[in-house]
Design a binder for this molecule. Structure first.
Ligand SMILES: C[S@@+](CC[C@H](N)C(=O)[O-])C[C@H]1O[C@@H](n2cnc3c(N)ncnc32)[C@H](O)[C@@H]1O
Length: 232
């Protein structure tokens, strides 16, 4: 029996015009990895999509570009909200942009697809956590509530795509998602060289036993979690 090789996917075109007000996260490898996973997942026709932690809005705009019926983008940062709105206008893509966190999302109903590239970098206790990537001592200050409650944001048959670093604990995310009733698995992973933030965090990660002093890269994973159509 011969196995047919899958045709190689062409590189994903992210929305072309992306501006970020000062302090807003510029799309990086994690953003691209999640956007590729979204394309791979194939949006259902007229999908209702929520992008939590939208930053520049790049993932919300990618969902609109891929044919989503209705896209909502949510972020706690005022500058991110303004950036995402501007980027929607610049790319002529319709996205509803709101300020808020995943708890505010519950008022918006349920979705076919929820996307999240949240802050996930572990940071020392007492550190300034205003940075858009820092997420408490274990990197899970946003991930924990999101993984525990994502099921309530999904329609039956809906799916969550979530990206984060190995340092924030993929096993913890998978466990929380599964305990809530979702079917969860890692669908993509990529090794990424440390940028300036993680280079400055190596000692702290080392004290937590997450890497050695010589580590110079992290694995970024995309988790897909599906809400079954019927209760198990
Ligand atoms: C790593 S950036 C991701 C930006 C964008 N989604 C991307 O992939 O390029 C994380 C974003 O989450 C936002 N954020 C932080 N805490 C949040 C929360 N609790 N709820 C919603 N957004 C949050 C930050 O303001 C920041 O814009």
């Amino acid at each position: 029996m011969t196995t047919q090789a899958r045709p190689a996917q062409r590189p994903l075109d992210l929305p072309r015009r992306i501006v970020c007000l000062p302090g807003v996260y510029r799309p990086q490898t994690d953003s691209v990895l999640l956007a590729e996973a979204l394309r791979e997942a194939s949006l259902p026709p007229d999908a209702r999509v929520l992008d939590i932690c939208t930053g520049s809005g790049v993932l919300a705009l990618t969902a609109a570009q891929l044919g989503a019926g209705e896209v909502t983008a949510l972020d706690t940062s005022r500058r991110a909200v303004i950036s995402a709105w501007l980027n929607g206008q610049a790319n002529r893509l319709k996205v509803h942009v709101r300020r808020g966190d995943c708890y505010d999302a519950f008022a918006l109903g349920t979705f076919d697809v929820v996307l999240a590239n949240p802050p996930y970098v572990p940071c020392p206790p007492g550190a300034d956590t205003s940075a858009k990537w820092d997420a408490g001592p274990d990197g899970r200050s946003v991930l924990d509530p999101l993984c525990a409650n994502a099921i309530d944001l999904l329609r039956p048959g809906g799916l969550l795509l979530l990206v984060h670093s190995e340092f924030a604990g993929a096993d913890a995310s998978l466990r929380q998602l599964r305990e809530s009733g979702l079917k969860a698995a890692i669908v993509a992973r990529r090794r990424v060289p440390f940028g300036p933030v993680l280079r400055g965090r190596v000692d702290y990660l080392n004290t937590r036993g997450l890497c050695s002093a010589e580590t110079a890269s992290e694995e970024v994973v995309v988790i897909r979690a599906d809400r079954p159509n019927r209760p198990n």
